[in-house]
Ligand binder design. Structure first.
Ligand code: ADP
Length: 608
């Protein structure tokens, strides 16, 4: 039921109640006032009649029907009421309604209640049904005393009869009924008018509400342009105005959001990276065009589990990793079956693991360029090796010749020899790095204990350690399991790390090589879940400043160029170590405090 009908019904209900109350009140009031008027009139008439009768009545002994009834009839005619004269014994001597025989046949009226009351109290009034006329009458009776002496009749004067005036109540009831009918008709007419009025007036109230309702419905349906006309200044007008303001704000915000959405959509559609959004159960909720083409997603990818529509196991594994670690997961993944395309995939868990953002960066071109560069470096290094060996050979031979052994000649030859030796180191380091980068170095894995590296390392470094007064502590426990590594390359890791430690540790320092098993959660910086062996090469040297720590694995990066060159470094040592570690699917990182020392950590998975 709408508000208009409700209001109208309430109006009508109230009106009905008021009219019913008025109708009742009017009816009672009318009856009451008429009744009082009739009583008053009866009283006056009775008093008048009594006066006339006292005068006109014959002596009591001469009471006859013929003497009294005409008198009563005459008086009754003038008074337009039923008039009755009753003797002291109850005989009805005269009555306006009966004549002749009928009068004589009338009952004795002494016992009539109004007569009894009049005899007792001086006047009697009664509403009752008349047996004589078969209608309802109001009777008023007064006793008549013969005046003796005094002007006014007295109580103690002799009683000569009772005069009674009666008024037919039927007329009154009919009059009241008529009046009530009129009141009822007026009420109905009023009610109809009131209904018409209430329909219109509630319409005036409810129309703006209906319009507001329509507008909110239309707003809810997404039509933000709908507004309500404001055509009054009352609360409803204000409400409409506020609604319009609210709609304006909503529209503004929607416009802003749409613009924002359009911008993000443009960026996402046109960016070179593939962007995917998956929910907590890895169902795709969004994919930009690049992601769709990179992962070759079908048309109906929305809502599908990623595993159903894309079968790259590494991607699933990376998602699982992001889910388990609840942190950003990163990996290089091959998207196609053959070598290319390659991609860097980053997965970021958002909304407490309820969603994951997958960003796929195609690095195929970069990798190609890197390969071209590494190829070039490898070729150049290779080409440089032969002439360099020749230069060194000639310089060494010349140094042995007496003919050139002048002082300056010898100095120059030593310099040529030193520089060419440095160049040789650089060229062989470059060549090794390029071959590692190009994947040309084949791993010859063998199971071995890390302690097997101790003796050969000591052979290499003993003289150097003694020279610089450094101590090498080898603290790899015997109970560590064997690792499956390319021994020659792994030896290179130890050599490069210990060589650096010796170079950058002042005399008297200590270099400690230790090892342990990491089950995945023991060490900081560890994001590996499987078991791995971790080797730590620790020194008490100069340390590496914070800002350089992430860069020392880059080629040719040196913290202090002058010092590094003085030490005979090529700036490639750590880059080579990093590549060897990566070839073994391991990880490398470092901790260092400036002035206190550095620790290089190398982790190799045990499952390999
Ligand atoms: P280099 O041949 O110059 O030593 P590396 O690649 O081996 O080149 O090392 C890169 C740079 O990292 C070094 O030049 C040096 O500044 C710094 N570095 C490496 N190892 C250590 C260490 N143990 N202590 C302090 N600095 C180090």
């Amino acid at each position: 039921m709408n508000i208009r009908t409700q209001l109208t019904l309430r109006y009508i209900g109230i009106l009905l109640l008021v009219m019913f109350a008025m109708y009742l009140y009017l009816g009672t009031m009318l009856k009451d006032s008429m009744s009082k008027r009739i009583t008053r009139e009866l009283e006056t008439q009775a008093a008048l009649t009594r006066e006339l009768l006292i005068e006109k009545l014959p002596a009591e002994d001469n009471f006859t029907y013929n003497a009294i009834d005409p008198l009563i009839d005459r008086l009754g005619k003038t008074e337009k009421a039923r008039l009755t004269f009753i003797g002291t014994d109850g005989t009805v001597w005269g009555d306006t309604e009966r004549d002749g025989q009928a009068l004589r046949a009338m009952d004795n009226h002494l016992k009539r209640p109004e007569v009894q009351e009049a005899l007792k109290n001086g006047s009697g009034i009664r509403d009752r049904y008349s047996d004589t006329t078969q209608t309802e009458f109001r009777y008023f009776a007064l006793p008549i005393h013969r005046t003796v002496g005094a002007e006014e009749p007295q109580e103690e004067d002799p009683l000569i009869g009772i005069c009674r005036v009666a008024f037919p109540m039927e007329d009154v009831n009919t009059a009241i009924g008529n009046l009530r009918r009129i009141a009822l008709l007026a009420s109905v007419a009023g009610l109809i008018l009131a209904i018409v009025f209430s329909v219109f007036s509630t319409g005036a109230i409810t129309k703006p509400i209906e319009k507001l309702t329509q507008m909110t419905q239309s707003l809810a349906a997404g039509n933000v342009n709908s507004r309500v006309p404001v055509d009054s200044r009352n609360e409803l007008g204000q409400l409409s105005q506020n609604f319009n303001l609210m709609a304006d704000r909503v529209q503004e915000q929607i416009d802003e959001i749409s613009e924002e959405h359009r911008r993000s959509e443009t960026i996402l559609t046109n960016m070179g990276e593939g962007v995917l959004l998956v929910n907590g159960v890895f169902e795709v909720t969004y994919a930009n065009p690049t992601a769709i083409s990179m992962l070759e997603l079908p048309d109906d990818y929305i809502g599908k589990a990623l595993i159903e529509i894309n079968r790259i196991p590494e991607l699933q594994a990376l998602l699982k990793k992001a889910e388990q670690t609840e942190t950003i997961a990163f990996a290089e993944i091959q998207l196609g079956n053959i070598q290319e395309p390659e991609a860097e995939v980053t997965i970021v868990p958002v909304s407490a693991g309820q969603e994951y953002v997958i960003v796929i960066h195609d690095v195929t071109k970069e990798r190609q360029l890197e390969r071209i560069r590494a190829d070039f470096v490898a070729n150049v290094s290779h080409e440089l090796r032969t002439p360099l060996t020749a230069i060194r050979g000639y310089a060494e031979t010349l140094l042995g010749e007496d003919s050139v052994r002048t002082k300056t000649g010898e100095q120059f030859l030593v310099k040529i020899l030193n520089h060419s030796a440095r160049l040789s180191r650089l060229v062989s380091d470059l060549l090794e790095l390029s071959r590692l980068e190009l994947g040309e170095v084949e791993l010859k894995r063998l199971l071995c204990h890390l302690n097997t590296f101790y003796e050969p390392i000591l052979d290499v470094f003993e003289p150097l350690l003694e020279e610089s007064g450094l101590i090498l502590k080898w603290e790899i426990p015997e109970e560590l399991p064997e690792v499956n590594v390319d021994q020659q390359l792994f030896m290179q890791i130890f050599i490069n790390l210990i060589d650096n430690a010796i170079k950058y540790t002042p005399d008297g320092g200590t270099i400690t090589v230790s090892g342990e098993i990491n089950s995945g959660d023991v060490l900081e910086n560890s994001d590996t879940i499987g078991e791995e062996i971790v080797v730590h090469v620790k020194d008490t040297g100069i340390g590496i400043p914070m800002e350089s720590q992430s860069r020392v694995f880059e080629r040719f990066y040196r913290v202090d160029k002058g010092r590094a060159q003085e030490m005979g470094g090529t700036g490639l040592g750590l880059a080579i170590v990093k590549h060897i570690v990566l070839r073994h699917n391991g990880r490398i990182w470092l901790d260092s405090v400036l002035g206190q020392g550095s620790v290089f950590h190398v982790a190799i998975p045990l499952s390999d």
